[in-house]
Design a binder for this molecule. Structure first.
Ligand code: PLP
Length: 284
């Protein structure tokens, strides 16, 4: 496939980065993954805003506007193909001559982007949706999980916990036994038709799907929607649990730690939430 590296479009096997790049040595970078269906992006503005916030949080100065990023996306789609593709954007602090922790001066950020085929968008149909079976764990990551850092070892290790059990995600609780998120998704809890998700802070990523779903539910449904602290007891007593992410949209969890969630079936509130998300996701 054709990828983007530092202003150039070239075949993937010709894209080269120095081993002295701080992205490689320190995981010193920020990334985004943006889904596109037939050339239409989902949550473009929110994804770029989050990337800019991440870059500014770690002191990387990059002079890319919204239209610069839009052009990278459009070109990657045109040079590969439309259909269903995710766009991966990655900015590292850049390549230095030495390995030293302090942010170097006079280094140009490395900008890399590529696209890859993804399945068609999820649809609101209980017979076609993939049911998720998940395990729980103490959240052992760092205290800056609101930054979409390319240092993903903590997330990778948590994901592996579920993978080795033949399951699809690991949902995480902090030491106070409050829900944070999952290794690569945000988490929603439904009880008595009230939809809740953890409030944003440094313990979780501000997911774009989370944000779009909250906006859509508040605008187009009559469900009560809450952003607040959620205890492990509430999670275990939930009628429905969902994962949200750019690739999964709203995904129903049917078992947690081997125990059925609610009736152990894909729920009715999920059906309505995914249907609304499918209908309105391109509006933002
Ligand atoms: N939480 C983590 C740790 C993630 O890596 C992701 C993204 O993949 C999400 C949540 C969901 O974010 P988004 O909806 O922006 O894809």
């Amino acid at each position: 496939s054709i990828v983007f590296l530092n202003g150039e479009y070239l075949p993937q096997d010709q894209a080269k980065i120095s081993p002295m790049d701080r992205g490689f040595l320190f995981g010193d970078g920020i990334y985004e993954v943006i889904p596109t269906y037939g050339g239409n992006t989902v949550g473009f503005v929110a994804h770029i805003e989050r990337m800019q916030a991440g870059l500014s949080a770690i002191g990387i100065e990059l002079d890319y506007s919204f239209s610069d990023w839009q052009a990278v996306i459009d070109n990657l789609l045109a040079k590969n193909d439309l259909g269903n593709r995710a766009i991966y954007l990655h900015v590292s602090r850049g390549t230095d001559s030495k390995r030293a922790h302090a942010y170097p001066t006079g280094v140009t950020p490395t900008v890399f982007a590529f696209s890859f085929e993804i399945p068609p968008a999820p649809i609101a149909d209980k017979t076609k949706a993939k049911p998720y079976n998940v395990v729980s764990s103490e959240d052992l990551r760092w205290k800056r999980c609101n930054i979409k850092s390319t240092s993903l070892l903590g997330n990778v290790m948590h994901f592996q916990q579920s993978h080795e059990l033949g399951l699809q995600e690991t949902i995480l609780f902090n030491q106070a036994l409050h829900l944070t998120e999952a290794s690569s998704c945000n988490v929603f809890v439904v009880k008595d038709n009230i939809i809740a998700t953890p409030a944003l802070d440094n313990q979780l990523l501000p997911g774009v799907t989370r944000k779009l779903l909250l906006t859509i539910l508040r605008q187009y449904s009559s469900f009560v929607v809450e952003e607040r602290t959620i205890s492990m007891d509430e999670v275990r007593a939930a009628d429905e649990l969902w994962l949200t992410s750019s690739s999964k949209e709203v995904a129903p969890i049917v078992t947690l730690d081997g125990t059925p969630v609610g009736k152990g079936e894909i729920g009715d509130v999920w059906l309505q939430a995914q249907a609304l998300f499918s209908q309105f996701k391109y509006q933002y």
